[in-house]
Design a protein around this ligand. Structure first.
Ligand code: SAH
Ligand code: SF4
Length: 380
């Protein structure tokens, strides 16, 4: 970490610098605040930018390390805000570099985030770096989930609470810090950890704005993907916010009977209703809507389903991601055989649909969402 040289005058506190002490904050988590908001608490304005710089470019864990911030402003910040607010209590690392973190919040709730190395550094024949490493962070939006999908480990623990915007942002800071990733290293974010992001839309939207702020982590919104089980009106609300994020729908079934069995919310917003909401979703010109299709042995892995899927997606700029079901103790479903998945993907491809099979990153750790937390709870 580079410590900025401090200008002597810089460390003198003006009376106006301590404005923060008069503000009573509902949420003490410092990562919940957009730069514009911090600027209202701290004057002169440039101090807020400096604080942002310490938080997001240097991943500061206390105010004492904020060398160019005057001592009494440091103290005021320490009293007004809290950080860190999430603590890793368990980390599992896979052979492929995937790391799964179990975090604990200040009120004792636990949730997961996953650090995924998508690509290793590549060198050319002269040993020069041809391509940099690629990382994706999978973050949680809630502790538990209300949707209750039958195949999902997160659902088994029920719903505990929404994560605040700060707790969402802090996952990204903590993963960058723990893996020594430079502030400028670009990463992708997927809201595919625990919880239904559209059931916590206000906090998720705020987190996206903070994560993408140019003075902060500067993660472009087109590099952030929200995955949803399909709360149709919330998809429309998200679209109207024009954040520029990508959207992924957990479709998993091609008929309402099976989808309602897997995702109970389908009884409220069925396939047709969800697809209608997606048709109007504002898309970056180069991007497609991602349809996630969880492939479960003997449930939805047949070519008949692939055929229906092609029909359903007619008219969409779609990309299908086939996800092999990840077995766990709380479900009787089984992993599909690789040949069947390949046939499914080949069929989609033949019909002109971009389809990928999700590599099971971190298969040797508790890879699918909620599984590490379930394990921890069992051990207690
Ligand atoms: N609630 C959102 C985002 C979090 S779940 C959603 O449902 O889209 C992220 C993804 O993990 C979803 O596509 C979900 O279907 C998938 N998932 C859940 N349990 C799984 C399991 N056991 N194996 C593989 N994928 C699973
Ligand atoms: Fe919730 Fe997503 Fe799990 Fe369904 S799959 S229970 S929506 S986290």
């Amino acid at each position: 970490m580079t410590i900025h040289k401090t200008n002597k005058d810089d460390t003198k506190t003006q009376a106006s610098d301590v404005k923060t002490s008069r503000v009573s904050l509902q949420d003490r988590n410092i990562y919940s605040y957009h730069l514009d908001e911090l600027e209202q608490f701290v004057t002169p304005k440039f101090r807020a930018k400096q604080i942002y710089n310490w938080l997001y470019k240097h991943y500061a864990i206390n105010t004492e390390s904020m060398k160019n911030i005057p001592k009494n402003l440091q103290e005021v910040l320490q009293q007004a805000f809290s950080f860190p607010n999430i603590t890793p209590i368990r980390i599992e690392e896979s052979n492929d570099g995937t790391k799964k973190y179990l975090f604990q919040t200040n009120d004792g709730a636990t949730f997961e985030s996953v650090f995924i190395k998508m690509r290793e550094k590549e060198y050319d024949e002269n040993n020069r770096v041809k391509k940099g490493e690629k990382y994706t962070f999978c973050v949680s939006s809630q502790v538990g989930c209300r949707v209750g999908c039958v195949f999902c480990s997160t659902a088994k623990g029920g719903f505990v609470r929404n994560l605040s915007a700060g707790e969402i942002v802090e996952q990204v800071v903590a993963l960058k810090r723990d893996n020594n990733l430079d502030a400028h290293k670009s990463i992708n974010i997927v809201f595919m950890g625990m919880g239904e992001p559209l059931d916590n839309l206000n906090n998720v939207a705020k987190a996206i704005k903070i994560l993408s702020h140019e003075e902060g982590l500067c993660i472009a919104t087109r590099r952030q993907t929200i995955s949803t089980s399909g709360i149709a009106p919330q998809i429309e609300r998200l679209g109207a916010m024009k954040l520029g994020v990508q959207i992924a729908l957990s479709l998993h079934a091609v008929d309402d009977a099976l989808r309602s069995r897997l995702i109970p919310m389908n009884k409220v917003y069925n396939i047709e209703r969800v697809l209608e909401a997606l048709r109007n979703f504002p898309l970056d010109t180069r991007k497609r809507i991602l349809f996630e299709y969880l492939v479960i042995k003997d449930i939805n892995d047949d070519l008949g389903s692939a055929k229906k899927l092609v029909k359903l997606l007619h008219g969409f700029r779609a990309k299908v991601n086939l996800i092999p079901f990840n077995p766990h103790a709380e479900s009787e479903f089984q992993r599909p055989c690789p040949e069947k998945m390949q046939n499914f993907a080949d069929y989609l491809y033949k019909k002109g649909i971009v389809a990928t099979i999700r590599e099971s990153k971190g298969i040797d750790i508790s890879a699918a969402c909620g599984q590490l937390r379930a394990k921890q709870i069992k051990m207690q």
